[in-house]
Structure formats: C-alpha cells, structure tokens
Design a protein around this ligand. Structure first.
Ligand code: OAD
Length: 243
C-alpha cells in the first residue's frame, strides 16, 4: 500500500541559502521585535514599518537560490509513489523553485502554513495576488482598485495558520513524519509531531542543527547541516530503508 510522508520544514532549511533564521543569536527576531513586525496590532500601529520589514525580505529572495536540501525534497516529490505533504513554515519560495525544477507526482502537496512573501492579500476582499515588488500604502489591488488595502500574505502571531484542516488530516494519517530545520517553538506547527506519533502512529524523525524543543517526541534524531542530512535521508527513503 502507498505510504504517506509529511515533511515539516522551518527556517533552518533555508539558512544555508543565506536566509537568516528567527531565533539564532543574530536571527531576525533579535533586531525586529515580534510585536512590532509580526502581529496584526503592530501593523495597525505602524504599517510603514511592517511593509518595510517584509519588502526587504521579499527583495532578498532575488539574491538567494534553493540549496541541496530543497532539491533533495524536490527529488522525493518527483519519485515518491505514495502521498507527500511538504508543509513549510517558511515564507520564502525556495521549496517552490526547487520543486518547479522537477516534475512532482500528482499526490504531492506543498503548503505554506505561515503564508508567502511573494503574495499580497487584500484586507477587504481576501483576494490573494502574486506580488514580486514592494508593498506600501499606495499599492493598489485589482479587486478594489483603491490604495491601502494590501498587506503581506503572511500569517502573523495571533492569526490562524493556513490550511490547518488539510495539515491535521495529513499528520494524523501519515506513516513518516519528518521535521527539518525548525526549533519547535511555534504552535500549531510544533504540535504536529505529537499528532503524527499519536494518531498516525508514524515513525518520527528530526533533522536539525541541534535538538529542538520537541526533541523527545522523535524516534530518530539526526543533527547536522540540512544540506548534508536531508539528501542522505531522502536517499534512504527512496532506497526503501525507512517506510
Ligand atoms: P527558528 O529560527 O526558531 O529555528 C530554526 C532552527 O533551524 C533552529 O533549531 C536551528 O538549530 C536550525 N538550523 C539552523 N541552521 C540550520 C541548518 N543549516 N541545517 C539544519 N538546521 C538548521 O525558525 P522556525 O522554527 O522556522 O513564524 O520558526 C518557526 C516560526 O517562528 C517561523 O515560521 C516564524 C517564526 O516566528 C511566523 O512568523 C508566524
């Protein structure tokens, strides 16, 4: 029977592409208080500051490319005969670019649970647009054709992550749950390993630079840089050595 794999990724998988993580000593949350740039309340107080923060991060995407870990997962997407859910907390588009370079199987799904830098959302209509350039108070959306309604399509603290029904269903019925490059500090993402282990009876594996906050919930733990550990683990899966 075809098996289901769920892969949860975090900022650590993009670190070797040159995108800073959040909680490292020089991470993004060091110089940018969460309550200022990553909450709806911060956006109401100072939309200009919030737009500038995400504009800089969107612009940085033009400077970076997917690394060996993104490409290895894309290889898995192209070759795994069962279902594969790639659930990323990352708002960069490196998984998208890596998988677009292959031909993923039809049962592959990529879900950006915390939104996407290269999308903008109209606060009035909820419409979502591809967006490559800066957003500011003068940006117009196609739906209202008026300025001021566009915000980054990013899930902020105090907001609900996207597609949680699909994510919960996948985690609770998977055979293998992999967590890659995430510190396990932010829920509901950090709770998915528990769901996979308890309801899916999945084999759970953590691939990270160091033990995460949820380390004890993983059957298998592999510590090292993602560009080394992920390609090795994907080779093991495709050789039939995991599930
Ligand atoms: P964190 O910054 O909290 O954690 C990144 C993890 O990646 C750490 O555990 C590092 O040890 C690990 N890491 C760093 N470099 C690595 C490498 N080369 N190879 C493997 N692992 C490496 O980032 P996240 O866990 O992704 O949410 O953070 C989760 C959420 O918190 C983010 O999506 C964001 C943030 O607040 C929102 O903005 C809503």
């Amino acid at each position: 029977m075809d098996k289901t794999i769920v892969i949860l990724t975090g900022a650590g998988i993009s670190a070797e592409s040159g995108i800073p993580t959040f909680r490292a000593s020089d991470g993004l949350w060091c110089n940018h208080p969460i309550e200022d740039v990553a909450t709806p309340q911060g956006y109401r107080r100072n939309p200009k500051l919030v737009h500038e923060f995400y504009n800089a991060r969107r612009a940085q995407l033009k400077e970076v490319i997917p690394n060996a870990a993104h490409h290895a997962i894309a290889e898995l997407a192209a070759n795994w005969d069962g279902k594969l859910f790639l659930i990323t907390q990352n708002v960069d588009d490196l998984h998208d670019r890596a998988t677009q370079a292959t031909t993923p199987k039809p049962a592959f799904r990529l879900i950006h649970m915390h939104g996407e830098l290269r999308k903008a959302r109209c606060e009035k209509s909820g419409s979502i647009f591809d967006w490559q350039e800066n957003i500011d108070g003068d940006s117009h959306c196609d739906c209202c054709n008026a300025p001021g309604n566009l915000r980054p399509h990013i899930v902020w603290f105090n907001e609900m992550p996207l597609e949680m029904d699909v994510i919960d269903e996948a985690a609770s019925s998977c055979d293998l749950f992999m967590s890659i490059g995430t510190s396990g500090n932010v829920y509901p993402a950090a709770g998915l390993v528990h769901t996979a282990r308890t309801y899916g009876r999945a084999h759970t594996v953590e691939l990270n630079l160091e033990p995460s906050a949820g380390e004890s919930l993983f059957h298998e733990k592999i510590y090292g840089p993602a560009t080394k550990t992920v390609p090795e683990y994907v080779r093991r899966i495709l050789a039939g050595g995991v599930v």
